[in-house]
Write a protein that binds this ligand. Structure first.
Ligand SMILES: Cc1ncc(COP(=O)(O)O)c(CNc2cccc(C(=O)O)c2)c1O
Length: 290
């Protein structure tokens, strides 16, 4: 497996960065998780645009233009002869001294890791997930904004730890005001009276690429989608609930805080969206190989 680091393709065992890299020392950086399906990278433009937006939000100037980043992602996949892959793209502030000052890091570090995709077990999709609400609130929007896909994932990891302690695969996070925002690594939707509802981006969520894809797919199917503020009561009384994320794709939720959602099985709207999502990942995307 070859890893791209700052313009070089290195064998996995040699793929190392400095201990003075501020990505390691302070989580000072941004990243993307992207997937390719059958030789096409799904929503590569949208992921790269979010990467550059996240970098801009933390005043980090990525040293190569977005077009060159796209080519570096595709070339890393080619050199690893991958068609169905998970791509982790990491940009750190770079090597500096032990102080916080980002100005002491003259050159950002660019890392591109590609690997075979490991899928969630099929029963997660057939039977649906159980989730619980955790005590850890999603970042306050005026702290490290959840809109930034930063290397600061401790907020999400602490939530994940609570979930593992509760024996569930994913967890629900509220914002400081107690409204539903998202999960530790996925966006959340519910369905009621044939309307799909999801939190608005300004509430403090990562604007998921999968979230936006599913909103477009639903609307193309003629289903109303509303982005609005809601509480856990709306989830408890929903007919369906599902999560979206690059790794999970679209995954049903059938139990929330010990409340059974709908009839306890994946809903029909959810199942239709899973089918539609699989169709678009089959036919859309940036080709890896000419
Ligand atoms: C907090 C959060 N919310 C939503 C999403 C979904 O966004 P996309 O639809 O663009 O993927 C994420 C991203 N999800 C994410 C982040 C880090 C790792 C992994 C993994 O499963 O390996 C997943 C996320 O971290």
């Amino acid at each position: 497996m070859l890893v791209y680091i700052d313009g070089e393709y290195l064998p996995k065992e040699e793929a190392k960065i400095s201990v003075f890299d501020h990505g390691l020392l302070y989580g000072d950086g941004v990243f993307e998780g992207i997937r390719s399906y059958k030789g096409r990278v799904f929503k590569l433009d949208e992921h790269l645009q979010r990467l550059y937006d996240s970098a801009k939000a933390i005043m980090l100037k990525i040293p190569i233009p977005i077009e060159d980043m796209e080519e570096a992602v595709l070339e890393t996949l080619r050199r690893n002869q991958l068609h169905d892959a998970y791509i982790r793209l990491v940009i750190t502030r770079g090597v500096g001294d032990l102080g916080l000052d980002p100005d002491k890091c003259p050159v950002p570090t660019i890392v591109i890791i590609t690997d075979k995709i490991t899928l969630y077990p099929p029963n997660f999709y057939d039977d649906g997930l159980e989730i619980v609400t955790v005590s850890v609130r999603r970042n306050y929007t005026e702290a490290v904004s959840p809109r930034i896909k930063s290397l600061n994932y401790l907020n999400n990891i602490l939530a994940k730890i609570e979930g593992k302690q509760a024996g569930v695969e994913e967890v629900l996070m509220l914002n400081a005001e107690g409204y539903v925002v998202e999960c530790s690594g996925d966006n959340i939707f519910f369905v009621k009276d044939n309307v799909i509802v999801t939190p608005p981006t300004h509430l403090g969520i990562l604007e998921g690429v999968t979230r936006n894809t599913v909103i477009d797919l639903a609307r193309e199917l003629g289903i109303t989608v509303e982005e609005k503020v809601f509480t856990r009561h709306d989830l408890y009384t929903a007919e369906e609930c599902f999560l979206t994320g690059t790794a999970a794709e679209v995954i049903p939720v059938v139990k929330i805080d010990q409340r059974i959602v709908g009839n306890g099985s994946p809903g029909t709207v959810t199942q239709k969206l899973i089918e539609e999502f699989h169709h678009v990942t089959d036919v859309l995307g940036t080709p890896i190989y000419p």
